[in-house]
Design a protein around this ligand. Structure first.
Ligand code: BEZ
Ligand code: FE
Length: 628
C-alpha cells in the first residue's frame, strides 16, 4: 500500500489492559490521578460490581441514573451530585451509556474520568459526547470528556449475556470497518482497524460458544479497544450515518442496529472477500439480522430511506434496497472471491467482445447493455441452474400459449412494469398533452367504423355509456379527421377475442368532425382480470398479487402531423385504481362517469330502459416535430 500524506491527532490517555486489572490496579490508578473523592457512575446492572471494586477506595457517592442517549436532566442531576459531594474524579464502570453519563458530567464540571468499560462500546477512547434534550440528540467533541485512564479487564466481561456480547462486539467491528471510509481515514487508523477486526473475528466465535472463555473475552476486548481508537482517529463513515438516522428516528437499540446494518453497508462499499468473511462470522455467532426484530415498523422503511439520503451520499434506490433488506433480514449475497470472480468476469467479457464488431451502432449498444445487465443479474442473485431451467420453462410456456388471440409476452412485459417504463422513457410528460398508458394485448386492427353517435358495444353486454370530447393539437386548435380506435371488455370482464367465436364487439373506430369532435356509445367499463390461466398468472400467484385491472376504456388516436397516442380513461372511484395489475393508472386519465336516469335526455335520443352513464374526454395530441 502506498502511503498517502495524512494528518492525525493522537489522544493522550493512559490504558491498563489485562485480566484482573480492575481488581489489582484500580486503587493505584485512582491515586495516580491524585483523587481523594471519587464519584462512581454505575447503572443498576453494574452496581454490585462497582461496590465490590471500590469497597476500600475513597468513594464520595454513586450515580445510578444511567440511561441510553443521556437525557440532559439526568446529566444535570449527576453534575449537582458531583458538586455537592466535592468529587475530584468520575469513575465510570459499565457500558457505553455509563461512560456517556460520566462524559456529560465532565463536560460541564471539568472533572477527570477514569473509565472501566464492561462492554465493547469503545466510547471510553473518544472525546465525543452526546446528550438528549426533548427527544433530540446533540453530539460534540471536547478533549475534556476523554477519560484520562481506561482500565480494560476482560474478567469483567465474563458475565456479559451472549446477545449483548454479539451485538456489542459487532458494533466494535463496525467501528473498524467504517473507519476506513471515514473523513479522516489514514494508514495508522487503518492498521489499528485491521488488527482490531482480526481480534474481534477471532474472539467473537469463542465467546459465543462459551461466554466464560477468558482468552476469547481478551481478544474481543482488545479488538474493541483498537476499534474505538481507529474510530476516534478516523471518524465515522456511511455506516454510522445510516445507524445514527435509524437509531434517532425509531429509537432502536444502538449496538443491535449497528450489527444488523453492517453487512449491507459492506456489500455496498467493501470487497466480496470481506463480505464473505463477515457473513461466515454472522452465521457462526447468530448475529441479529432484521430491524423488524428490533421494533422498526415496515411502514417506516420508505421514510427511513429518504432520511438516509439526506444524511449520506447514497442514491435513493440503493438506500431503499438497503433499508428494506436490513428491515426484513435478507442478508446480501457475498458473491465469489478471487479466482472464481475472475472466471465469471471472463465469461461476460468474452460475450461483450463478440458484439464489438456489430456494424449497426444502436444494435451494438443495446446488445452490449443487455449482456452487461443480464450477466450482472445472474451474478447478483447467484442464479442457480435449476432457477435458470425454471425461467426457460416459463418462457417456453409463454411461447406455447401465445397465438393470434393471446399474447403472453405483452402480459409479461405489462405485469413487470416494463411496458409502462418504456412509455415513461419515450413519452415524458408534455405540458397540456394527454398522457399515454399501456397498449395491452387486446387491440385488433381493422375494427369496424362507427359514425358519430354510433355504438361500439354491439354484442358486448353492459350498462350503456356515452363518451364524447374534442381532439386538439398542442396549439389548442381542433384536429379534424383524427382516427380514434376504442376497445373495451364487456361487463363479464371479457374482450370479444376471448370468446371462442368470431364476434366483433366492444371495439370500433371513429373519425373526428371538422371541429375535432367525436361521440359514441359503449358500455360502462368494469374491472376485469388480465388472463391469468397461463405462466404470467402463475407468476402473479407466486408474488401474492392479484390479476385485476382498474376499469378502463382503451383509446388509440392517430392523426396526420401528430404523434400517435395510446391511452385509456379510468373510472374514478374504481376499487382497483391503486392496484392496477399492469401499473397503467395515471391520475390525469381518471375521469368521472356520471350515472343518469333512463329518462334523462341523452345525446342521440336513444331508447333506454335502464340507467346509463356519460363521460367527457378531451384529447390533446403532440405535434410531430416537437420533442415527443
Ligand atoms: C388491457 O387493458 O387490455 C390489458 C393491458 C395489459 C395486460 C392485459 C390486458
Ligand atoms: Fe383493457
Amino acid at each position: 500500500m502506498s502511503i498517502v500524506p495524512f494528518e492525525r491527532q493522537t489522544n493522550g490517555q493512559r490504558v491498563v489492559f489485562g485480566a484482573g486489572a480492575a481488581r489489582s490496579r484500580l486503587g493505584a490508578e485512582i491515586e495516580r490521578l491524585g483523587s481523594k473523592r471519587v464519584l462512581v457512575v454505575a447503572g443498576p446492572a453494574s452496581r454490585p460490581l462497582a461496590e465490590e471494586l471500590t469497597a476500600r477506595l475513597p468513594v464520595a457517592g454513586f450515580v445510578a441514573d444511567v440511561r441510553m442517549h443521556v437525557p440532559i436532566e439526568a446529566a444535570g442531576r449527576a453534575r449537582d451530585q458531583a458538586v455537592s459531594a466535592g468529587a475530584d474524579l468520575l469513575l465510570s464502570i459499565g457500558g457505553g451509556s455509563t461512560t456517556g453519563t460520566a462524559k456529560a458530567v465532565a463536560l460541564t464540571s471539568g472533572l477527570p474520568i477514569l473509565a472501566v468499560p464492561t462492554t465493547y462500546a469503545g466510547s471510553e477512547v473518544t472525546p465525543v459526547w452526546g446528550l438528549t434534550e426533548a427527544g433530540r440528540k446533540t453530539t460534540g467533541t471536547d478533549p475534556l470528556v476523554l477519560p484520562r485512564t481506561v482500565i480494560y479487564d476482560p474478567e469483567l466481561t465474563l458475565g456479559l449475556p451472549d446477545e449483548l456480547t454479539v451485538a456489542s462486539g459487532l458494533n466494535a467491528l463496525a467501528h473498524c470497518i467504517d473507519s476506513q471510509w471515514a473523513p479522516r481515514a489514514n494508514p495508522v487508523d487503518t492498521a489499528l482497524a485491521h488488527e482490531g477486526a482480526r481480534a474481534l473475528m477471532t474472539g467473537l466465535p469463542l465467546v459465543h460458544a462459551d461466554g466464560k472463555d477468558l482468552a476469547g473475552r481478551t481478544q474481543v476486548l482488545y479488538g474493541a479497544y483498537l476499534a474505538g481508537l481507529s474510530f476516534a482517529g478516523a471518524g465515522s463513515g456511511l455506516h454510522h450515518k445510516i445507524c445514527h438516522v435509524l437509531g434517532g428516528a425509531y429509537n432502536l437499540p444502538h449496538a443491535q442496529t449497528h450489527a444488523v446494518v453492517l453487512p449491507h453497508v459492506l456489500a455496498l462499499k467493501g470487497t466480496a472477500d470481506a463480505l464473505t468473511e463477515l457473513l461466515a462470522l454472522y452465521d457462526a455467532i447468530g448475529a441479529p439480522r432484521a430491524l423488524r426484530d428490533l421494533g422498526m415498523p415496515e411502514s417506516a422503511v420508505g421514510e427511513a430511506a429518504r432520511l438516509v439520503v439526506e444524511a449520506a451520499p447514497i442514491p435513493l434506490a440503493a438506500a431503499e434496497q438497503l433499508i428494506h433488506d436490513a428491515w426484513s433480514g435478507r442478508l446480501p449475497s457475498a458473491g465469489p472471491s478471487g479466482e472464481a470472480a475472475r472466471r465469471e468476469q471472463y465469461v461476460t467479457d468474452q460475450v461483450l467482445r463478440s458484439f464489438a464488431d456489430a456494424p449497426e451502432p444502436r444494435f451494438k449498444q443495446v446488445m452490449e447493455a443487455l449482456v452487461r445487465h443480464s450477466h450482472a443479474f445472474v451474478r447478483d442473485v447467484r442464479l442457480t441452474e435449476a432457477e435458470w431451467q425454471a425461467a426457460i420453462g416459463f418462457l417456453t410456456r409463454a411461447g406455447h400459449i401465445t397465438d393470434d388471440r393471446r399474447q403472453e409476452f405483452i402480459l409479461l412485459s405489462d405485469v413487470l412494469g416494463l411496458s409502462m417504463l418504456t412509455i415513461a422513457v419515450n413519452q415524458p410528460p408534455e405540458p397540456g398533452a394527454t398522457e399515454a398508458t399501456v397498449f395491452g394485448p387486446f387491440f385488433v386492427a381493422g375494427a369496424p367504423a362507427v359514425p358519430y353517435g354510433g355504438d361500439v358495444a354491439q354484442e358486448a353486454n353492459g350498462q350503456p355509456c356515452w363518451v364524447d370530447g374534442v381532439v386538439r393539437g398542442g396549439d389548442g386548435r381542433p384536429v379534424a379527421g383524427a382516427r380514434i380506435d376504442v376497445w373495451e371488455a364487456d361487463e363479464d370482464g371479457r374482450y370479444d377475442v376471448q370468446y371462442g367465436d368470431d364476434r366483433t364487439a366492444g371495439r370500433g373506430h371513429l373519425l373526428t368532425d371538422e371541429w375535432g369532435r367525436y361521440g359514441f356509445w359503449c358500455v360502462t367499463p368494469t374491472p376485469y382480470p388480465i388472463p391469468h390461466d397461463g405462466p404470467v398468472g402463475d407468476l402473479l400467484t407466486a408474488a401474492g398479487r392479484g390479476p385485476m385491472r382498474a376499469a378502463h376504456l382503451h383509446f388509440m388516436v392517430t392523426a396526420a402531423g401528430f404523434h400517435r397516442l395510446v391511452t385509456h380513461i379510468f373510472v374514478r372511484g374504481d376499487t382497483y385504481q391503486d392496484s392496477d395489475a399492469v401499473f397503467g393508472v395515471k391520475e390525469s386519465l381518471v375521469v368521472d362517469f356520471t350515472e343518469q336516469e333512463p329518462d334523462t335526455p341523452n345525446p342521440t335520443g336513444r331508447e333506454l330502459d335502464g340507467t346509463w352513464t356519460r363521460t367527457q374526454f378531451d384529447i390533446v395530441l403532440i405535434d410531430l416535430g416537437e420533442p415527443a
